[in-house]
Design a binder for this molecule. Structure first.
Ligand SMILES: *[C@@H]1O[C@H](CO)[C@@H](O)[C@H](O)[C@H]1NC(C)=O
Ligand SMILES: *[C@@H]1O[C@H](CO)[C@@H](O)[C@H](O)[C@H]1NC(C)=O
Length: 548
């Protein structure tokens, strides 16, 4: 993520304006070119005019730049169509039973630390006074029925409304108010158009990433989607693939596993341009695990590619069931992966949640490192709000808004394939796995622009429902690590009175149970930006790979 300097702010605004303007400008310019062709052409019927226009000398006199504009214009028009095409309805998971629904609602209520903040966030920052009873029911119909309520559910919606009124201690106004609920998978998807120039850049980045992965000794396992049915094209993926992936829709990279004593690693990336930003980390992980070991003691690294969230145009993302089935196929056909260590970044925590909530697969996970996860406390509105509706103001928010939230693949994934109740990872489940001997580390950045990491950290570390008004000490905004200093819970004092210095932020990594790594002064994903912090993450995985 960008930092918030003036230079970075103006740079990101400029790039976004440029990339957004290319399509419309080229279309306007192409229209003037066409006009020139047509105006000078006369004929009795449209067909004859078109014929004449095609043969008109103007076409052959177009310069390469003019041809480029024509191509951008055609792509822009395609995109306008594509954007409407993607609005088709989501295929929601099966409706849950009434008992399940009530249990889910009770769970949400039990983990809701601040009902007003909960409601206001889910209603796009509106005041609770502006939410009408009908608005609340509409929201509940999405949250618990995925928008599929019938007349018969009126009573249950009324019950939910009354319970919410009890929580906030007053009645919602009758009928509708002015607040609009955030209903991810039924609201229209908002996305911005992309231009050919952008996809050319992606193609270059993808090619470079592919070459670097090959150079670092990773082998590529392709699918039809990952090589052919994807835009921009990936000729290298097709040519250099070691073999076809055993799974229909999941392509991956593998550093084969040979160790008999240590466990291999699975890595799941997040939203962005694919694996490119993580290659150095993966290489350092490989070094950390394998630099000193012989050929028969190498720890494997398997990293899947999710092109739907990597600035590409392709098939829609696999559903939870498809993912679990296909991941099982991959793990079963890869030697050494009976048990493994899991590491995921950001959106990768969605797939991690799928694995950790599936009993058979969860039993194979010896340790999990979640970097900037978005699925913990997902019942709170922060992630959905900050990712999809927040008006960007700072450089990092503009970056997230244009390159992630408004990307066609990403917005379609979130708008039609993101079912919050499937994706939420409750602390209860983490503790259950820890009770069964699994180890979990959650790495959080203090300035995370999407997740309320303060609340997530407190929730995980203390096991209590987090207090939203924890006061932060006036620490320096410097990027320094808080890992490795032993300090018990203590009380500090600043000018305004007593401030809690939370011990959980300072605990050293021990490799036992559930732990939190806190990065002071870091934003989402910035933990990958320098070598020293990456080394700490490698340490965690090296420890988990030892499988105590
Ligand atoms: C999986 O791949 C097959 C073959 O390419 C395709 O027909 C199908 O739509 C894909 N499914 C998903 C969820 O992408
Ligand atoms: C959004 O992110 C900010 C941090 O940038 C956080 O403080 C806030 O709680 C998040 N949620 C909402 C709904 O704004």
């Amino acid at each position: 993520m960008l930092n918030d300097s003036r230079r970075e702010y103006f740079a990101i605004r400029f790039v976004i304006i440029l990339l957004s303007a290319i399509g419309p400008l080229c279309t306007a310019y192409t229209a003037t070119l066409l006009r020139r062709v047509f105006v000078s052409t006369r004929g009795p019927s449209l067909e004859v005019i078109a014929q004449a226009a095609w043969e008109n000398a103007h076409w052959s006199s177009l310069s390469p730049f003019q041809w480029y504009c024509v191509a951008e214009a055609a792509f822009y028009l395609f995109f306008l169509w594509y954007r409407t095409h993607l609005q088709r309805e989501a295929l929601h998971p099966p409706l849950r039973s009434k008992a399940d629904r009530q249990a889910l609602f009770a769970k949400v209520v039990s983990e809701m630390h601040d009902p007003e903040k909960f409601l206001s966030g889910w209603f796009r920052g509106a005041k609770v006074e502006d939410i009408g009873r009908e608005d609340l029911k509409g929201f509940a119909a999405w949250a618990f029925f995925e928008g599929r309520t019938t007349e018969e559910d009126a009573e249950e919606l009324e019950e939910i409304t009354v319970k919410m009124e009890g929580l906030i201690g007053r009645k919602f106004k009758a009928g509708r108010g002015t607040a609009r609920g955030l209903r991810l998978t039924v609201d229209p998807i908002e996305m911005s158009t992309r231009c050919l120039l952008w996809y050319t850049i992606i193609m270059l980045v993808d090619t470079v990433a592919h070459i670097r992965m090959l150079r670092y000794g990773m082998k590529y396992y392709s699918t039809a989607d990952s090589t052919l049915k994807v835009f921009p094209p990936r000729p290298l993926a097709e040519i250099t693939a070691t073999a076809a992936s055993p799974a229909e829709n999941i392509s991956y990279w593998l550093r084969p596993h040979t160790s008999k004593t240590r466990l291999p690693v699975v890595f799941l990336h997040g939203i962005g341009v694919g694996l490119h930003p993580h290659i150095e980390f993966l290489h350092e992980l490989d070094e950390g695990l394998n630099a000193k070991s012989g050929a028969d003691d190498k720890v494997g690294i398997l990293t899947i590619e999710v092109l739907q969230i990597s600035s590409r145009l392709t098939h829609s993302i696999p559903t939870r069931e498809e993912f679990l089935e296909q991941m099982t196929q991959i793990l079963d056909s890869t030697p050494g992966y009976e048990r493994f260590v899991l590491c995921s970044h950001s959106y990768g925590s969605v797939f991690t949640t799928y694995l950790l909530t599936h009993d058979a697969l969860a039993a194979r996970v010896a340790g999990t490192l979640l970097l900037d996860p978005v699925t913990i406390m997902l019942h709170m509105p922060d992630v959905a709000y900050n990712f999809t509706v927040r008006e960007p103001r700072h450089a990092n928010e503009w970056e997230l808004w244009y390159f992630a939230s408004k990307d066609p693949g990403v917005s379609h994934t979130l708008g039609r394939h993101f079912f919050w109740s499937q994706n939420v990872l409750w602390r209860e489940r983490i503790m259950e796995l820890v009770g069964q001997g699994s180890r979990v580390t959650v790495s959080l950045a203090s300035r995370d622009l999407i997740v309320d990491t303060q609340a997530v950290g407190a929730y995980l570390a203390r096991g209590e429902v987090p207090d939203p008004v924890i006061v932060e000490g006036k620490g320096e905004r410097q990027r320094h690590m808080e890992l490795g200093t032993h300090e018990a819970e203590q009380k500090g004092v600043d000018g305004k009175g007593e401030v809690e210095v939370e011990g959980w932020k300072k605990k050293a990594f021990t490799g036992k149970g559930l732990e939190v790594l806190w990065w002071d002064g870091f934003d989402h994903a910035q933990v990958f930006d320098d070598r020293a912090t990456r080394a700490k993450l490698v340490d965690v995985l090296v420890e988990y790979s030892r499988d105590r």
